[in-house]
Design a protein around this ligand. Structure first.
Ligand SMILES: Nc1ncnc2c1ncn2[C@@H]1O[C@H](COP(=O)(O)OP(=O)(O)OP(=O)(O)O)[C@@H](O)[C@H]1O
Length: 221
C-alpha cells in the first residue's frame, strides 16, 4: 500500500504464522466485501482490526487515526490502540446477546460507549432502534424468546447503536435459515447506509446486495 487516505480505512497486515497477508482500503461510507477460500485469513484480518490479535507486521488507519503500527515483529509496536478505544463494531454469525438481558437492555448495553448520556435517553434511543429493526413491542423479551432472525436483528441494533466508526461483519447471515436471511439482508442494506463496513461472506447474494467493492484474499501457500 503506497498511500494512506484521510477518510475511511486503510489496512496492510501480515500474520506470518497464519500465512495471512492483506492490503486494502475502504472509502468512508462504503462496504467492502472480504472474500477468499477457507483459511485465507478473513477472520484473522477482522480480529486484527478489532484489536484482538496483533499482526507481526502491519498498519491500519481509520479516518485519520492510526489503529496500530507494527513495523517490526521483534519489537514493540509503534502504536497499538486498545480494542475499546477503536470505535469498531463487530457482528458475527452468532448474535452473542446477553441471555439475562431483555432486547432493549441488550441494545442499551451497546450504547455504553456512545455519546448518549442519561438512562432515559438511551432507552428512548433503544426503542427507536427496535422500531427500526422491525421489533417494536419486543423490547422486554429475552434472547431465548426471540427467533434466530429476531435475535440477529437485536444484535445488529446493539452494534450500530454504539455509533461505530467502522463495522465488521463476519458472515452475519450464515447462521440464519434461508427464509430469514433475505429480510435481514434487506435490513442491513438500510441500516449500513453511510457507514464504513467490512463484510466477510461466502455468498454472492450478500455481495450483490451489500458490497460497493470486493477484496479477494489470495492464500499465501
Ligand atoms: N487460533 C489460531 N491459531 C493459529 N492459527 C489459526 C488460528 N485461527 C486460525 N488460524 C489459521 O490462520 C489461517 C487463517 O484463518 P482464518 O480463520 O482467518 O481464515 P478465514 O478466511 O476466516 O477462514 P474461514 O472461511 O474458514 O472462516 C488459517 O490457516 C488457520 O488455520
Amino acid at each position: 500500500m503506497t498511500s494512506m487516505q484521510h477518510s475511511g480505512l486503510t489496512v496492510d497486515i501480515t500474520v506470518a504464522q497464519r500465512k495471512v497477508n492483506v492490503a486494502f482500503s475502504v472509502p468512508h461510507g462504503e462496504v467492502l466485501a472480504l472474500v477468499g477460500p477457507n483459511g485465507s485469513g478473513k477472520t484473522t484480518t477482522l480480529m486484527a482490526l478489532a484489536g484482538w490479535l496483533m499482526p507481526d507486521v502491519g498498519k491500519a488507519k481509520l479516518d485519520g487515526t492510526v489503529l496500530f503500527d507494527c513495523p517490526d515483529p521483534t519489537r514493540k509496536p509503534h502504536k497499538w490502540l486498545p480494542a475499546h478505544q477503536r470505535g469498531i463494531g463487530y457482528l458475527s454469525q452468532d448474535h452473542h446477546l446477553f441471555p439475562h438481558l431483555s432486547a432493549v437492555d441488550n441494545i442499551m448495553y451497546g450504547m455504553d460507549r456512545a455519546d448518549i448520556t442519561g438512562r432515559r435517553a438511551r432507552r428512548a434511543k433503544a426503542e427507536e432502534w427496535l422500531d427500526r429493526i422491525g421489533l417494536a413491542g419486543y423490547g422486554k423479551r429475552k434472547p431465548h424468546q426471540l427467533s434466530g432472525g429476531q435475535a440477529q436483528r437485536v444484535a445488529i441494533a446493539r452494534v450500530l447503536a454504539s455509533g461505530p466508526r467502522l463495522v465488521l461483519l463476519d458472515e452475519p447471515l450464515a447462521a440464519l435459515d434461508v427464509k430469514a436471511a433475505p429480510a435481514i439482508r434487506n435490513l442491513l442494506t438500510e441500516v449500513l447506509r453511510d457507514l464504513t463496513v467490512i463484510l466477510v461472506t461466502h455468498h454472492q447474494d450478500d455481495i450483490v446486495a451489500l458490497a460497493d467493492e470486493v477484496y479477494h484474499i489470495i492464500p499465501q501457500r
